[in-house]
Design a protein around this ligand. Structure first.
Ligand code: 5GP
Length: 203
């Protein structure tokens, strides 16, 4: 069992998962994993902060060396979760959040036993559509695509451990924090502590 919690957090575009993650990751004990990708950086994106931008060859080398926990090919580019940094953080006792799409999350859940999965839901499809429109940056066609994508993703939400409805951001953040706190108090995580207390008198 890892010392820290490995958390996968997903949700459709417009669910507010990015904002929730940013706030949760303000805790110095929490590390937001940085994915590797072969796509080019967008304006303002920094190597090592938003993504590790690497070449296809480098990505394929890392795959051969078993350096990715999971990966996906999306619109002709690879995206993946580097293993080493995540493992080091977990061993140091940090909690690690992977903000990845539903397919990536399901792959992680298959491969890792000790993972906490959280799906961030909008309160309704109407609210989601309003939020996507409110950004004012997306065309009608992109909004349609994202809504369809959202419906497919929400259809897989029952494979997650927890559902958090992001109606009010502050409440959703408190709920994610409560889940992480409860997970840390499970007997599977506290057993060593309990044993330690009992052993004290026998030394
Ligand atoms: P974008 O190019 O817009 O930054 O990301 C495209 C898609 O790749 C998004 O759905 C995003 O969630 C997904 N993605 C980003 N990082 C990873 C990763 O490490 N693994 C997987 N499976 N998907 C990722």
């Amino acid at each position: 069992m890892n010392k820290g919690l490995l958390i996968v957090l997903s949700g459709p575009s417009g669910s507010g998962k990015g904002t929730i993650n940013q706030v949760i990751a303000e805790d110095p004990n929490v590390f937001l994993s940085v994915s590797a990708t072969t796509r080019s950086p967008r304006e303002g994106e920094q190597h090592g902060q938003h993504y590790y931008f690497i070449t296809r060859e480098e990505f394929e080398d890392r795959l051969k060396q078993d350096g990715m926990l999971e990966y996906n090919e999306y619109c002709g580019n690879y995206y993946g979760t580097p293993k080493k940094e995540m493992q080091q953080r977990l061993e140091n006792g940090n909690d690690v959040i992977l903000e990845i799409d539903v397919n990536g999350a399901l792959n992680v859940m298959e491969r890792v036993d000790d993972v906490v999965s959280i799906f961030i839901m909008p309160p309704s499809l109407e609210v989601l559509e309003d939020r996507l429109r409110g950004r004012g940056t997306e065309s009608e066609e992109v909004i349609r695509q994202r809504m369809n994508e959202a419906i497919t993703e929400i259809g897989k939400a029952d494979q997650y451990d927890y559902i958090v409805v992001n109606d009010k951001l502050d409440d959703a953040i408190s709920e994610v924090r409560a889940i992480l706190s409860a997970e840390k108090h499970k007997i599977t995580r506290m057993r060593e502590f309990v044993k330690g207390v009992l052993n004290y008198g026998n030394e």
